[in-house]
Every structure is written in structure tokens, then in C-alpha cells.
Design a binder for this molecule. Structure first.
Ligand SMILES: *Cc1c(COP(=O)(O)O)cnc(C)c1O
Length: 380
């Protein structure tokens, strides 16, 4: 199916479905799953991924902004959608109209939603965010309970959820524990004030791996659903690490093969000079496709089932690869940038390491120029 493409991504929907099923199995009954599909479902393609997750039993969707929420509505009506980012004043009208659940961090936001909801004769379900140490969105711990009470008192708002977000769950158990304690104190006070909040959530992928206490009754994994481990100092439980399968592979092709000799330099800036005879392939992917330029000189790709070094700078549309050790390489051959070939594999996390980046950035950087091809649908 990929024969006509020069640089493409293959998305295995069966992997996605199995990852979600495995996460559900791990967290057990009584805990709902909000799957995060922001940034075009982490570069996998929002519409196809959302449709697949709807059939695979996700409970709620998480998006970053209103445009993403509206794209989801077009895929399938009826699913609750939580907007994780702040809703801007000019977006509130549309958010209420389209029944999007907003994240509320301040009384001003609560009032703005209440006003629009009242005028439209609607009730808006809101999630109150508490800033326990991320410092991005959320009400300060000290005023969270009062804000919960004020939201509760507004008849056109329904306080459906309360949540927080960890700053360093993959690296720092001590700070994560502190955030968790702060959140637990807020929850205790909210309960003491007689406020019932149906959904309580805190766990991103890393917290889902490492913080059992942080599951409450809803978790919010993104990266794990796509089968990628959040890199960090903490070591994931083996069974999960081995079970989850990356849904996305990224491929390109050999478009020219040549021999170079000692003293020949390659690519812009001449960062690589050969010290011996070598066979070099020009490959049809570059930073215009989203391959991070910072990976140049360090990255590897798979050709003919072997790991091959990327030589010199990555250019907009092409990169150069040492194929000296690949016996029968030919123009048109598949080159794997992320994924498996032969017995070898390269993960988004490994590629991120070469670029001094993180897998979230690697995945969301793959550009519009790279068609996403879907398989694994029939097993639905
Ligand atoms: C992006 C995001 C998530 C998911 O994070 P992962 O690390 O990809 O699991 C969860 N919660 C919030 C608030 C987010 O912004």
C-alpha cells in the first residue's frame, strides 16, 4: 500500500486498540480512561485515531483547544470532550454551544462560562484544575476549595471534575509525592465542605506507570496509548513496557546510491568528511517532513535490516546515510526512521535522544507532507 510514497507513516490501529485494552486491564474496573488526542493525536491523525478509540471503549477525550474539540465532534457525537487548555474569552460561546467541557482555573473563567450558559439555557460541566506544582494552569491550592464552592453555587455550571497535573512524574518521586499530598488535601477539604465532585484525576502516562495512588477514578494517558514509554529516570514495570506496542512507524526510501572516498565531504556546512571509501544513500526524508535537524550526525536509520548512520546535516527534504555494510541496497528500498526492520528497531524515544528532544516532540513534529496510512482496522 505504501509503494507510491517517498516518505510516509504507517499507523497500526490494532496496536492502539490493544494498548488501550491493556491499560484498562492494568488499572482495573472503576477507573475511567480519558485518552489524550491533542496535537492531531500526537501526530497519528486525529480523526482516524478518535474513531478507533471510540470503538475501543475510551470514556472521555482530552484535547488542547477548541478547534481540536470541534474536529472530534465531527468524528462521532456523544463523547465527552475535556479541553485541557484554557478557553479564551472569544471561544466560550462556541465551547458552550458544542458542549465541550472546559478546564477552569479562576473565578473569572467560571463566571464567563456561567453567563453564556445562562443565556443559552444550558448547563456546562466544568473541570476545576488545581495547580499543585506545574505552574501552568489551575487555581492555587490555597484558593481551590473556595473556588469549588463558588462554581457549585452557580446554577448554570456543574462541577463535574477536579484535577491536577504532574510536572515530573517520570523523574522525581519526591516532588510528585508533594504534588499528590497537596491535591489530596484539597480533595479532603472539598469533601468536608460537602461538595461532591464525580470525577477526580491526576495521572498522565508517567504517573499511570509509577503512582498507583494518583489514579483516583479517571486517568489521562496520552503517550502510552500510542505505545511509547515516557523516558525518564524511573524504570517502568516490565509487563507494561513489554506489552505496549508503538502504533506509528515512519518510513522513507533510498533515492540514490553513490560511492565516496577519503576527503569527500557531505551536506551543508560539510560537517562530515569521509576517511575511507564508503557507500552512501540519499534518503527521501528531511526536516521538512519533521525529522528533527538536531539529530544530524548522531541518528541512525534502518536499511536492509541494519542500523546505518545518518551522515552530516539533515536537509529539508533529504538526508545522507552510510550504507557501506548493507549488501544489496537498491534505489527504492524502504528506510525505517521509526519502527522495525529485520530484527532491529528504532523508537520515537531513541530518535528523540539523538536530537536532544522527547518522543512527544518527535511525534508531533512529523509534518503534513507525510501521509498517514492506517492498518489493523479489520480486527475492530
Ligand atoms: C498532554 C496531557 C496529558 C497526557 O500526557 P502524556 O504524558 O502524553 O500521557 C495529560 N494531562 C494533561 C493536562 C495534558 O496536557
Amino acid at each position: 500500500m505504501s509503494i507510491k510514497y517517498r516518505c510516509w507513516a504507517e499507523v497500526d490501529l490494532a496496536a492502539l486498540r490493544e494498548n488501550l485494552a491493556w491499560l484498562r486491564h492494568r488499572i482495573g474496573p472503576g477507573v475511567k480512561i480519558l485518552t489524550v488526542v491533542k496535537a492531531d493525536a500526537y501526530g497519528h491523525g486525529l480523526k482516524q485515531i478518535a474513531a478507533c478509540l471510540m470503538r475501543s471503549g475510551t470514556d472521555i477525550f482530552g484535547v488542547a483547544n477548541l478547534a481540536e474539540a470541534q474536529s472530534l465532534r465531527a468524528v462521532g457525537p456523544g463523547w465527552p470532550v475535556l479541553m485541557l487548555g484554557a478557553c479564551l474569552p472569544h471561544e466560550i460561546e462556541a465551547a458552550v454551544r458544542d458542549d465541550i467541557r472546559p478546564t477552569v482555573s479562576s473565578l473569572a473563567e467560571a463566571h464567563a462560562f456561567a453567563r453564556v450558559a445562562r443565556r443559552r439555557g444550558r448547563t456546562v460541566s466544568v473541570h476545576l484544575k488545581v495547580d499543585t506544582g506545574m505552574g501552568r494552569l489551575g487555581a492555587p491550592v490555597a484558593s481551590a476549595v473556595e473556588l469549588a464552592g463558588r462554581i457549585r453555587a452557580l446554577p448554570s455550571l456543574r462541577l463535574e471534575g477536579i484535577y491536577t497535573h504532574f510536572a515530573s512524574a517520570e523523574d522525581d518521586p519526591a516532588f510528585t509525592a508533594l504534588q499528590l499530598r497537596r491535591f489530596a488535601n484539597v480533595l479532603t477539604a472539598v469533601r468536608k465542605a460537602g461538595l461532591e465532585v464525580p470525577l477526580v484525576h491526576a495521572s498522565n502516562s508517567a504517573a499511570l506507570l509509577y503512582e498507583r495512588e494518583a489514579r483516583f477514578n479517571l486517568v489521562r494517558p496520552g503517550l502510552l496509548v500510542y505505545g511509547v514509554m515516557p523516558p525518564g529516570r524511573r524504570r517502568p514495570p516490565r509487563d507494561l513496557a513489554n506489552r505496549l506496542r508503538p502504533a506509528l512507524s515512519w518510513k522513507a526510501r533510498v533515492c540514490l546510491i553513490k560511492e565516496i572516498g577519503p576527503g569527500d565531504s557531505l551536506s551543508y556546512g560539510r560537517m562530515f568528511t569521509a576517511s575511507r571509501r564508503m557507500k552512501v544513500a540519499t534518503v527521501s526524508a528531511g526536516y521538512g517532513d519533521g525529522y528533527l535537524r538536531a539529530a544530524g550526525g548522531r541518528a541512525q536509520v534502518l536499511v536492509g535490516g541494519r542500523r546505518c548512520a545518518v551522515l552530516g546535516r539533515i536537509t529539508m527534504d533529504q538526508m545522507l546515510v552510510d550504507v557501506s555494510r548493507v549488501p544489496r541496497v537498491a534505489v527504492g528500498d524502504e528506510v525505517v526512521l521509526i519502527g522495525r526492520q529485520g530484527g532491529q528497531s528504532i523508537s520515537a524515544t531513541t530518535l528523540a535522544g539523538w536530537a536532544g528532544s522527547i518522543p512527544w516532540e518527535v511525534l508531533t513534529s512529523i509534518t503534513y507532507r507525510v501521509p498517514r496510512l492506517y492498518r489493523g482496522e479489520s480486527a475492530a
